[in-house]
Design a protein around this ligand. Structure first.
Ligand code: CA2
Length: 147
């Protein structure tokens, strides 16, 4: 059974508590429960969040040899972090870039992603449902890769 890591970046711990008009009313804990339920019988799943760039880098490094792929909502670090991009490239694990909002329909500074060039694909704009879509996309990718 494959093992996935879902990694959430800065401020995503505040989901459902602030700016519900932008990010919805669902909390990160609600999303975690939905993902855990969706994983049953399909994959092992770890679900993490950090507000710290270096901690996210450490968690990406630690995923090598533990998990088969990563779903990453890097939050605002998406648009700034060469360190996260380098960490992803270094572990050579398939990464799905995930966003709740459609970053391409928002401010211009959100259109740039340092994650996109090292990701197998990007899912954005589907709110909390994007987490489940990302799991299915990554599991499908891993199945095809295994042949
Ligand atoms: O749409 C996404 O998932 C984002 O990764 C969310 C980031 C944003 O900087 C990215 O451009 C797109 C922001 C996450 C902040 O989440 C909050 C949740 C509640 C209240 C305030 C911030």
């Amino acid at each position: 059974m494959p093992s996935l890591l879902i990694l959430n970046g800065p401020n995503l711990n505040l989901l459902g508590q602030r700016q519900p008009e932008v990010y919805g009313k669902t909390t990160l804990e609600d999303i975690r429960s939905r993902c855990m339920a969706h994983a049953e019988g399909k994959c092992a799943l770890a679900f993490e969040q950090s507000n710290h760039e270096g901690t996210l880098v450490d968690m990406i490094h630690a995923a090598k040899g533990t998990h088969d792929g990563i779903i990453l909502n890097a939050g605002a670090y998406t648009h700034t972090s060469i360190a996260l991009m380098d960490a992803i490239a270094s572990v050579e694990l398939p990464v799905v870039e995930l966003h709740l909002s459609n970053i391409h329909a928002r401010e211009v500074f959100r259109h740039k992603s340092y994650i996109a060039p090292v990701a197998i694909g990007q899912i954005c704009g589907f709110g909390a449902a994007g987490y489940i879509l990302s799991m299915d996309a990554l599991l499908g990718h891993l199945r095809t890769e295994d042949g």
